[in-house]
Write a new protein. Structure first.
Length: 306
């Protein structure tokens, strides 16, 4: 089977290509220089020439809370265009199977946890990443409409919790919580700093899955696509406070300093834990512990980011 993977140079895409299951397929992984996903005509032409059988859509403009706050238009319009171009281009070229990666940002800010798939579009979104969330919701609905109009087209969406791991971004502005804290605490250790700042009071809770687990679930979905629900959360079933992430990362790195809280900084949603009832019924669960995942991510950081 010929699989077109979008976002192949990103964290999820890079882990997908690295996974042993990728060797069973012909994976088409054009770079941004080879294919501009923001240009529909280029996307449409590329698909018509290369004729993939299956699409894994993992491309997108991503970043942490600060990047989302400072660039709402970019996160909205570029993710909107990328999602529409890939999904509609696939439909126009009669590709029957497409797996779209959503985001837990799609859920309402005040929805009760754990977040069930039925809660999408049931309330107000979190303002700090609203643009990104809206674009992801539109891509999800586009997949839903296409499959609803014709059963010949199976366009499905998985909604992972937050992801971290190998090939992550560790830059101050672009990074999410785990890689940002790894960089911050490692720098504090090597510079002899005794205090590290935490945004907010550290009590907000987040669910982070190791990227190796996510790609295992994606390849499982590809291999048994007809059994995959139309949209499905992927998560751990457990979350941790920001304080706990700082403490575990400090333990892995060997940092023994103290923390100080900056209550003037934004923290986003107080809690974001996805429900995994349907995931467990589907028959998949994560394998990496948080500490093991952080160790692997820290080793990658030492080998590639310094």
């Amino acid at each position: 089977m010929k699989i077109w993977l979008t976002g192949g140079s990103g964290m999820v895409g890079s882990n997908l290509v690295e996974h042993p299951n990728a060797k069973q397929y012909e994976v088409l992984n054009p770079t941004r220089a080879e294919l501009d996903l923001l240009d529909f005509e280029s996307v449409n032409t590329w698909i018509s020439i290369n004729k993939p059988d299956f699409v894994i859509h993992s491309a997108g403009i991503v970043g942490g809370i600060e990047a989302n706050i400072n660039n709402p238009l970019k996160f909205y319009i570029e993710n909107l265009d990328i999602g529409r171009n890939v999904i509609w281009g696939a439909r126009k070229n009669n590709i029957k199977y497409l797996l779209n990666l959503g985001s837990s940002c799609m859920y309402p800010r005040n929805a009760p946890n754990p977040l069930k798939e039925e809660m999408i579009l049931s309330g107000e979104l979190e303002p700090t990443n609203e643009g990104y969330a809206l674009a992801k919701i539109i891509a999800f609905k586009l997949c839903e409409y296409i499959s609803k109009e014709s059963k010949l087209f199976q366009y499905k969406t998985i909604i992972p919790c937050n992801i971290y791991g190998r090939f992550d971004k560790f830059e101050a502005v672009k990074s999410h919580l785990v890689p940002a804290v790894i960089r911050k605490i490692y720098n504090a250790k090597i510079e002899g700093q005794n205090i590290v700042e935490i945004w907010g009071d550290g009590k907000a809770r987040r669910e982070f899955m190791y990227a190796g687990d996510l790609v295992d679930a994606i390849w499982t979905a590809v291999e048994g696509f007809s059994d995959l629900p139309s949209h499905l959360n992927l998560g751990l079933g457990v979350d941790y406070s920001i304080n706990e992430y700082y403490n575990i990362i400090s333990k892995v790195i060997g940092y023994e300093g103290d923390f100080v809280y900056n209550l003037d900084k934004p923290v986003g949603m107080k809690r974001k834990l996805v429900a995994i009832d349907k995931q467990l019924k589907w028959g998949w669960k994560s394998k990496f512990s948080l500490e093991d995942g952080i160790k692997a991510t820290f080793n990658y950081y030492l080998e590639n980011s310094l």
